[in-house]
Design a protein around this ligand. Structure first.
Ligand SMILES: *Cc1c(COP(=O)(O)O)cnc(C)c1O
Length: 384
């Protein structure tokens, strides 16, 4: 028997409470009972985002909402600056180019966060820029970008800050309105602990004014139409009934566990413990300077093939972690600590990586990674 552990940064494990709720017979969506469920899920989503604006629930994965963020705020020929320091940064550029925008790329070394000074320079060089597109947490490189600093740059300009928060919302406080994020996107299969297929997106007051004059083509992803529907506690088309039912359960679980601040604290500690563990087993962190609290990346030691390592972990040991994407393929391993994750997922992940390295012939001393993590995690369990 191979027991399976899912420790990849999406899709993430789904708690049994949500699975059971989603297994119930599908209810019709144009009913008072579902409207109430939709209303409460949409309302709690505003708390999660930190916005007074409506949060729209779309039946698609995160990329659909990223595309909607672009098509609902910009017009053909508009100039945008894309922070590209990983696979998801590249995705922003791909979407923007598909819609014939003028794309200025800021290439960031994979594993590094963008220097806000470089964004400021490009904004000064191109004062007509209408959008800065960035990931809050660049999952492919396990980097956290300085979104607050970027918001200081876009706030006073005629330019939107469009943020992919797919692996940051629920992990770190978004505070959308306070920070000055203009479009914020997330998806169900990361910190929201649900299967893939539901995306959440909100526009700031400023972004809605861009929406009013934006001319890019759109039909299914027409956010003005969705906003009108949200006000009526529904979506424009058939909502993802099961996923929204699951979302309501997840929100209830988060509330019972002490709320979002407690979720952010848990992610901070799990990330810290994972980093300490990875370093204690002699691996180097991929993003030592600005690590994401969603997942931790480490360079695979010399002589070990990262692809072989992750395959061995998954097929022989039952532990699914992520490897590298794009130019990091085969070179890194990523351990997620996002969503339905706790101390013992961290210990399992570190222990499994250590054992897999040993099994593949690497010179590791067993137990050092988990021990270093335990030392960090123990604080959460001390007698009051
Ligand atoms: C997971 C992830 C996505 C994924 O998009 P999907 O369309 O849901 O596959 C996009 N951006 C980031 C930062 C992610 O972590």
């Amino acid at each position: 028997m191979l027991k399976r552990y899912l420790l990849a940064p999406g899709p993430t494990p789904v708690p049994p409470e949500a699975l059971l709720a989603m297994a119930r017979p599908v209810v019709h969506h144009r009913t008072p009972a579902f409207s109430e469920l939709f209303r409460s899920a949409a309302e709690e989503s505003r708390v999660l985002f930190g916005t007074a604006e409506p949060v729209m629930l779309l039946a698609c994965t995160g990329t659909g909402a990223m595309e909607a963020a672009v098509t609902n705020t910009l017009s053909a020929g508009d100039r945008v600056i894309v922070v590209s320091g990983g696979k998801f940064g590249q995705r922003w550029a791909d979407i923007a180019r598909a819609y014939r925008l003028e794309v200025v790329i800021i290439e960031v070394e994979w594993g590094e966060a963008v220097d806000p000074g470089r964004v400021a320079e490009e904004l000064d060089r191109h004062p007509d820029t209408r959008g800065v597109l960035v990931q809050h947490s660049e999952t492919s490189t396990t980097v956290l970008h300085p979104v607050e600093k970027l918001a200081e740059l876009t706030r006073e300009r005629d330019c939107l800050l469009i943020v992919d928060g797919i692996s940051s919302v629920g992990v770190i406080d978004s505070r959308m309105d306070e920070v000055g994020i203009d479009v914020l996107v997330t998806a169900s299969q990361k910190a929201l602990m649900l299967p893939p297929g539901l995306a959440l997106v909100a526009l700031s007051e400023k972004a809605w004014t861009f929406n009013a004059s934006s001319t890019l083509p759109r039909h299914y992803f027409d956010l003005a139409k969705e906003r009108d529907s949200v006000e009526k506690h529904t979506s424009a088309y058939t909502p993802a009934v099961a996923l929204i039912t699951g979302l309501a359960v997840v929100y209830e679980m988060i509330r019972e566990a002490g709320g979002w601040q407690e979720s952010y604290r848990r992610h901070r500690i799990l990330a810290e413990a994972t980093r300490k563990g990875v370093e204690a087993m002699g691996l180097s962190l991929l993003a030592p300077r600005s690590p994401s609290p969603a997942a931790t990346g480490a360079w695979v030691p010399r002589g070990i093939d990262g692809g072989e390592l992750t395959t061995h972990l998954r097929e022989v040991m039952g532990v699914t972690v992520a490897g590298g994407q794009g130019k990091l393929a085969g070179k890194i391993v990523r351990l997620a600590h996002i969503g339905y994750a706790d101390s013992f997922d961290v210990i399992t992940g570190l222990s499994a990586v250590e054992m897999a390295l040993a099994a593949l012939g690497s010179d590791v001393e067993l137990g050092r990674g988990p021990a270093a993590a335990q030392a960090v995690l123990l604080d959460m369990y001390r007698k009051a």
